[in-house]
Design a protein around this ligand. Structure first.
Ligand code: PAF
Length: 280
C-alpha cells in the first residue's frame, strides 16, 4: 500500500491507477479504524476496484464543545489494518492542505440535515459535506463507501453527490456490530468497562422497539419505551425517532420505508445507532 500526504503525489498515484484502466473506490475515514471500516474496504475490494482510503480528522465537523482534541489518532495501527485488508493507497492529508488559511468555502445540504444529528450538532453536516466534496474532487473515485451506522450522514452524502453532479456511486454498507450487538464506532474507545457494559442497551432498545412496531405497537409508544429503557440503563437520550428512511421526514406514510434512529450519551460519550423498521 502506498501512503501519500501531498496532493500532487495523490494525483500522480490516481493517474497511474487510471493508466492501468482501474476503477477507483474511496473509503473516507477519520482513522481509529475498526472492523466497520475494514468492511467498507472489503466491500470495495470485492468489486475489483483499486481502493483508496483517506484518514483525516476533520476539524470542521466537530462543534466547539465536541471531542476533536481527544479524537483517537492511531496512524501506524490503522495503516497495518489497511494493508491487511488489501487497500491500495492511503491518503493522509495534513490539515493545512485541506484547509489553508485562505479557505473560505462551506457546503450546506438542506433537508436531510435539518433534524436528528443535524439539529443536535449545528454545523456538523456542513463540515462533513465540505470535506467529503473535497475528498471526492481530490481522488475522483467511481464509487465511495460509507457505513450505515452513520445513517443520516449517508443520506447527506447521497444528496450532495446527486446535487453537485458527482458521478460517484455512493454505497452504504451495513453496520458492523460487536458480539453483544453494540455498533462498532471509533468513539466506543472512550467507554470505560462499566459504560461499555451498559452501552449494549442501545442496540437492544432499538431491536425491541423495531419488533414492537412490526407487531403493530404504535410508533410513539415503542419509541417512548425505548427512551425509558435507555434512561434506565444510564443513558442521557438525545433522540429516538422513526423517520422516512429516504428523506428522514417524521411521520412516514404507511407505504414508505422507515428507519429507527437514536442518539444517546453514556457518560461523556455520544453514541448513535439505527435499524430498519418493517411492518409484519
Ligand atoms: O464518517 C466519518 O468518519 C466522517 O464523517 C467522514 C465521512 C470521513 C468525513 O470526515
Amino acid at each position: 500500500m502506498q501512503t501519500v500526504r501531498d496532493l500532487n503525489d495523490l494525483r500522480a498515484a490516481i493517474a497511474a491507477f487510471r493508466a492501468e484502466g482501474a476503477r477507483i473506490a474511496l473509503v473516507p475515514t477519520m482513522g481509529a479504524l475498526h472492523a466497520g471500516h475494514i468492511a467498507l474496504v472489503e466491500a470495495a475490494k470485492r468489486t475489483g476496484t483499486k481502493v483508496v482510503a483517506s484518514i483525516f480528522v476533520n476539524p470542521r465537523q466537530f462543534g466547539p464543545n465536541e471531542d476533536l482534541a481527544r479524537y483517537p489518532r492511531r496512524e501506524a495501527a490503522d495503516s497495518r489494518m489497511l494493508v491487511e485488508a488489501g487497500c491500495d493507497l492511503l491518503w493522509l492529508p495534513p490539515v493545512e492542505a485541506m484547509y489553508p488559511e485562505s479557505f473560505a468555502t462551506s457546503i450546506s445540504v438542506a433537508g436531510v440535515t435539518e433534524t436528528l444529528d443535524g439539529a443536535s450538532r449545528p454545523g456538523h453536516f456542513d463540515g462533513v459535506a465540505t470535506v467529503v466534496a473535497k475528498l471526492f474532487n481530490q481522488v475522483g473515485p467511481d464509487a465511495a463507501y460509507f457505513g450505515e451506522k452513520d445513517y443520516q450522514q449517508l443520506l447527506v452524502i447521497r444528496r450532495l453527490a446527486a446535487d453537485l453532479d458527482f458521478a460517484i456511486d455512493v454505497v452504504g454498507v451495513p453496520t458492523q456490530r460487536d458480539d453483544d450487538g453494540l455498533a462498532l464506532s471509533s468513539r466506543n474507545l472512550y467507554l470505560d468497562e462499566e459504560e461499555r457494559a451498559k452501552a449494549v442497551a442501545l442496540p437492544r432498545a432499538l431491536g425491541v422497539a423495531a419488533r414492537a412496531i412490526a407487531r403493530g405497537v404504535a410508533t410513539e409508544d415503542a419509541t417512548a419505551e425505548a427512551q425509558a429503557s435507555l434512561v434506565a440503563a444510564g443513558f442521557t437520550v438525545d433522540y429516538v425517532a422513526v423517520v422516512d428512511a429516504e428523506t428522514l421526514a417524521p411521520d412516514p406514510g404507511p407505504a414508505r420505508p422507515r428507519r429507527l434512529l437514536a442518539a444517546a450519551r453514556m457518560g461523556q460519550t455520544r453514541l448513535i445507532d439505527n435499524i430498519a423498521v418493517t411492518l409484519d
